[in-house]
Design a protein around this ligand. Structure first.
Ligand code: GDP
Ligand code: MG
Length: 169
């Protein structure tokens, strides 16, 4: 069995977009609506001589979050998916949204991920160019998790992500 790396974070931060970019093919459905990824989706990644299974999840929807588009059952279901993904993972890529900035949900999700005790690497996504990186990522330092600014949509820093993930699997 290959090591498992799980993409977790709240809905709409770009996990599925990242999943597709890292796999170099469109497997996960991406959408503006939160919670589109219901089940966990697996894809085998090969980065040089390192192989692992990357897992996309619907996202951490925590109890404090009321999302009008999602029913409670659906929220419960995708939260459970994220929870199970964390449990089975060897390492976690925690994704946040640099455009929206740090939210209370990110803080809760970070706490949850940290509690798992697994190696965690954070991606501040939607930094659509290096010139935006410093002002978009500053506030994420307070989570105390090593991170990298990326743009899943435009490819910014994804080469570095591949390199970093290889070391941490
Ligand atoms: P998920 O719910 O975390 O899986 O998020 P998705 O991958 O479905 O993406 C949610 C929305 O964010 C979609 O409209 C994406 O096109 C958009 N998005 C994802 N990555 C980026 C990015 O790097 N930059 C920008 N500007 N938008 C992005
Ligand atoms: Mg998704």
């Amino acid at each position: 069995m290959l090591p498992i790396v799980a993409l977790v974070g709240r809905p709409n931060v770009g996990k599925s977009t990242l999943f597709n970019r890292l796999l170099r093919k469109a497997r996960a459905i991406t959408h503006d609506l939160p919670g589109v990824t219901r089940d966990r989706i697996y894809g085998e990644c090969r980065m040089g001589d390192v192989r692992f299974d990357l897992v996309d999840t619907g996202g951490m929807v925590l109890e404090s979050e009321a999302t009008p588009e999602l029913s409670k059952d659906f929220e419960d279901e995708i939260f459970e998916q994220a929870q199970e993904a964390i449990e089975e993972a060897n390492a976690i890529i925690f994704v946040v949204d640099g455009k929206e900035g740090l939210t209370p949900l990110d803080q809760q999700a970070a706490e949850y991920v940290r509690r798992s005790g697994k190696p965690v690497f954070m991606l501040v996504n939607k930094v659509d160019g290096s010139e935006f990186a410093p002002q978009m990522t500053g506030e994420f330092h307070e989570l105390g998790i090593e991170f990298m600014p990326v743009s899943a949509a435009h490819g910014y820093n994804l080469h570095e992500v591949r390199h970093r993930v290889k070391q941490f699997v």
